[in-house]
Design a protein around this ligand. Structure first.
Ligand code: ADP
Ligand code: MG
Length: 696
């Protein structure tokens, strides 16, 4: 009997696996998993090390561990917040587990003497090292010494599937891998380079790490197999983005020519002249706009470098040629600010500026939609409300998207509707997140790149100082003094946990304390738990100088311009990345007076953390800050802070893998030129049909 060839895993439906019925298959589809091969490329998000139990007496701060011990006591305490505190004891010591959210049932089950295995990272708490909301299992006496043999992979899930179930499915897929190995698309030298025998081996070793495999490397994403896979993934994403770029170049766009007289009139109306960098970038943009092919360009510029003005010039160019221009901001407050600026600049020239945000009343909204549809509105400023389906432009020629990392590629693309002449609007995205160039070339390979590398003259750099919490009272006095001179200040609370509700609680507490200490000041509070309208009301009051001090979590809006605010306190800055701190600091230093940023650090600041913060003292240059952050921290969150909606990587990490990018880009260009079919397959494997990447 002829041996039947096993079906290729890329065509084998998931229902071929044991325990996967139609219903589970549908659930798995939500994760983009359709075929067995997709499961193989559904890579672990991270690993848990359940191969060894750490002695409680040897716990280290912020190091993930598994401990095992008996419950010594369980009680509810009423400190600043009600919490359930469980003391766990082993031969070497005792540690507290603390829960802010818990049920009566949970408390009852955690009886004295019960044996628990508990996973988590100890942090500094009231009683010393504590575990906050750790995961835990009850252990039978019989299993007390049984441990996992390998690292436990943790997979991305969706509603309707558990971690265990997912692991069982992946296990089956891995069992099938030798029967019908996925194709190798990378030149063979790359396997050698990453010390892998094959793609199969790489996949196998990430899903099923060998016993005794280099645990730390795997945990940190630095195992050769992970690098091999990350390289391929970066390549696939690069290819997809370059393809978008090529597709765009093949399309038609309106030819937009600047009305020089109008431009001159506009420039004359400004109280300053453009910086050289603004002029250069404006020229780059105008060259695109006049080319007849859709522009896809990103403008990067540090906070305060004057991106809005560059956008206004682009808008003027669109309007000059009789087309409409959309300007999209990530929040209503920013949209309002842009609306204010644009109407101030353009209505003087006889142009009509409209605005569209979610909060408009029905009648105002209808009026705005009508003026957009009729073409009466020449420039339309708004939020993502502009992406909605009922918004139809008469003749959209250009979309400007500000602070683009708040939007997903999919949203951006939804503005690329053809007009009646079959033309695609130009697109300009502006971002203040400083990203080193190679990184930008990969992360945004579908975009051309312009850099405003100069600040307008006459800015006084923000003076940044490091102050210990021990001198908190002096800092509070400083706020009192500044506000009594009519200045305004921010107090930024950082995340304690990766939890918006804890952060909000913390900010509330801080605001309450500051209100006690600074009773004669008006103090406002914003955090992520407030309704959008509440947030906005507070921001508005602050802008109107009705509030002296604004206490905020890190949600304070990117780009908000309150020139009168000249003092910012950032509490526990060591918890944030430098790039994020720099962004925050950019909220001050916008007015005439010298501005100050106080980094109010916690008591136990490590030498390394201190030298990291020193970078902010030394420079106000966002790109330098980003580069130093990269050097100091290696893996970071520069791109990680990009919001949902943006493509997620499975194994790659743009920053950690930055050293590979140049090669990824070069190999990618080669594939596009000489191996287009393989490029397609790579894209299908890693990006699949995730539609945010499809153009129009
Ligand atoms: P960002 O790049 O952070 O978006 P903005 O566009 O908000 O910066 O500009 C910050 C401030 O600098 C604004 O008040 C703007 O009017 C001002 N500005 C922009 N360009 C210049 C310039 N060439 N000279 C002086 N001030 C400028
Ligand atoms: Mg801006």
């Amino acid at each position: 009997m002829a041996k039947q060839k096993a079906p290729a895993l890329e065509q084998l439906p998931l229902t071929a696996l044991k325990g996967v019925g139609e219903r589970l298959a549908l659930t798995l589809q939500k994760l983009g998993l359709h075929y067995v091969q997709d499961v193989l490329f559904h890579l672990p998000l991270r690993y848990l090390d359940r191969t060894r139990i750490s002695p409680i007496g040897q716990l280290q701060l912020n190091t993930s561990v598994m401990i095992q011990g008996r419950v010594l006591s369980t009680q509810i305490t009423y400190g600043r917040r009600r919490s359930l505190v469980v003391q766990l004891e082993d031969d070497s010591g005792v540690v507290c587990l603390r829960f802010y959210h818990f049920s009566g049932h949970q408390k009852d089950k955690l009886q004295q003497g019960v044996l628990l295995r508990c996973y988590g990272e100890p942090r500094l708490g009231r009683s010393g090292l504590e575990f906050y909301h750790p995961e835990y299992d009850y252990i039978d006496e019989a299993n007390a010494t049984q441990l996992e043999q390998r690292l436990t992979p943790i997979y991305g899930l969706t509603d309707g599937i558990s971690q265990q179930r997912m692991r069982a499915i992946v296990e089956q897929a891995v069992d099938l891998i030798h029967q019908n190995p996925p194709d190798e698309y990378l030149p063979a030298e790359y396997n050698r380079r990453f010390q892998c025998e094959s793609l199969v081996e790489a996949l196998q070793s990430v899903h099923r790490p060998e016993k005794g495999a280099a645990l730390n490397l795997l945990m940190e994403g630095l195992h050769p197999s992970q690098k091999r896979l990350a390289f391929e993934e970066l390549l696939a994403h690069f290819l997809v983005r370059r393809k978008l770029h090529q597709q765009a170049a093949a399309q038609k766009a309106p030819t937009l020519k600047m009305d020089k007289a109008l431009q001159q009139q506009f420039l004359n109306s400004l109280p300053f002249s453009l910086t050289a960098a603004q002029q250069r970038v404006a020229k780059e943009i105008q060259a695109n706009l006049g080319s007849g092919k859709p522009m896809l360009r990103m403008v990067q510029g540090d906070v305060g470098s004057g991106k809005t003005l560059v956008a206004a010039l682009a808008a003027l160019c669109g309007v000059s040629s009789g087309y409409q221009v959309a300007v999209v901001a990530p929040t209503e407050i920013l949209a309002e600010q842009h609306f204010h600026n644009f109407s101030g600049w353009l209505e003087n020239l006889g142009l009509r500026v409209a605005w569209l945000v979610g909060k408009l009343t029905a009648s105002k909204r209808r009026a705005a939609l009508e003026s957009i549809a009729s073409g009466e509105a020449q420039v339309v400023v708004g939020t993502h409300a502009l992406f909605q389906q009922d918004v139809s432009f008469h003749s959209l020629g250009l979309a400007v998207i500000d602070e683009q990392h708040r939007f997903g590629v999919d949203q951006r693309l939804s503005l690329r509707q053809q007009n009646s002449k079959g033309e695609i609007p130009h697109q300009l995205v502006m971002t203040a997140t400083p990203i080193p160039r190679t990184l930008a070339m990969t992360a945004y390979a579908e975009l051309d790149y312009s850099l405003i590398d100069e600040l307008p003259p006459g800015r006084t750099p923000v003076n940044t100082v490091l102050v210990t919490q021990a001198r908190r009272e002096q800092v509070i006095e400083r706020i009192r003094a500044a506000c009594s001179e009519g200045k305004q200040a921010y107090w930024v609370c950082t995340l304690v946990e990766d939890s918006e509700s804890l952060a909000a609680a913390n900010a509330e507490e801080t605001a309450a304390l500051l209100r006690e200490n600074l009773a004669d000041l008006n103090i406002g509070l914003v955090h992520g738990r407030l309704k959008a309208s509440e947030k906005e009301a507070v921001m508005k009051a602050f802008k109107a100088a009705e509030l002296h001090l604004l206490v905020a979590t890190t949600v304070i809006e990117v780009g908000v311009d309150v020139p009168n605010a000249s003092l910012m306190i950032i509490e526990n800055p060591e918890r944030l990345g430098l790039a994020q701190l720099h962004q925050l600091r950019g909220r001050v230093g916008r007015g005439e007076v010298a501005s100050h940023c106080v980094l109010l650090y916690g008591e136990k600041l490590s030498e390394q953390a201190r030298s990291r913060l020193q970078v902010l003292r030394e420079t106000n240059d966002g790109f330098l800050v980003a580069e130093r952050d990269l050097q100091l921290r290696g893996p970071g969150e520069l791109l990680g802070t990009r919001q949902t909606g943006e493509m997620q990587y499975r194994v790659a990490d743009m920053l950690r893998d930055e050293h590979m990018l140049q090669e990824v880009n070069a190999l990618g260009e080669q594939f596009l030129r000489h191996q287009a079919a393989v490029a397609e397959k790579l894209i299908a494997r890693w990006v699949g049909e995730r539609e945010q990447y499809s153009l129009v």
